[in-house]
Design a protein around this ligand. Structure first.
Ligand SMILES: [Zn+2]
Length: 233
């Protein structure tokens, strides 16, 4: 595959906007390979379905089929809310409550190896300037890509086009008609109208962050939420 760019894609707001931006004409001429990593987290059945659906809304000549990898974390995190045990962090929970130790390393390592095996030299991540955790720092990504380049004996670059952007900056780069097709809930609920699908709970920490992102960017939020504002969030 000649000169493709891979992107770590979760189906959430940030990585979906990045995938959309990179796939637009005149922005990136190489094919784009979206890579989804399933860590076995409780919300990933819903998230993964949304990621597959979002891909179909983009230019299929530029965005290649979704590559799906697994990186189980139940043997690392044990009885943890991310694996369906205990209370889900809600709107009042601090950022630290949703931090998963080493998550960026776990999410990036298999995609980088996959890139090395398939002759792709760039992996794009949608990390934002506001990410406060150690594994979102520039020195981590620089060291990590260097280590994987040595390990794979090829040049592997991690690019982060949104590293200097706020959430609002990124939201305004998205197409409003696509934003509600993204998925960013850690407690997905079955859609009463279509039980095979899931909708946002409206009450978890990530739903609160999502609502705030739409509000701060001045974009109408068309996301269907199980809990409407004022009913517990
Ligand atoms: Zn939620």
């Amino acid at each position: 595959m000649p000169s493709a760019t891979a992107i770590l894609f979760s189906g959430g707001l940030d990585s979906s906007i990045l995938l959309d931006v990179l796939s637009r004409p005149n922005v990136e001429t190489a094919p784009i390979v979206p890579i989804y990593v399933d860590c076995g987290s409780a919300w990933q059945r819903a998230e993964r379905a949304a990621a597959r659906r979002f891909i179909t809304l983009l230019d299929g000549t530029r965005v290649l089929p979704l590559v799906e990898l697994t990186m189980p974390t139940d043997d690392l995190y044990g009885d943890h809310w991310s694996l369906g045990v205990g209370a889900i962090p809600d709107a009042e929970s601090p950022d630290e409550a949703v931090y998963l130790p080493g998550r960026n390393a776990l999410l990036a390592v298999k995609p980088l190896v996959w890139c090395g095996l398939h002759g792709i030299g760039r992996l794009a991540l949608a990390t934002l300037a506001s990410n406060p955790f150690a594994d979102a720092r520039t020195d981590f990504f620089t060291s990590f890509s260097q280590a994987l380049s040595i390990a794979m004996a090829v040049d592997l670059e991690i690019m982060r086009p949104f590293a200097g952007c706020s959430k609002t900056d990124v939201m305004r780069q998205g197409r409003p008609e696509l934003l509600h097709e993204t998925f960013s809930c850690i407690d997905p609920q079955p859609d009463a109208a279509e039980p095979a699908r899931f909708i946002h709970c409206g009450a978890c920490n990530k739903c609160a962050e999502r609502r705030q992102a739409f509000h701060a960017a001045g974009i109408a939020d068309q996301t269907p939420y199980r809990t409407v504002r004022g009913e517990g969030c």
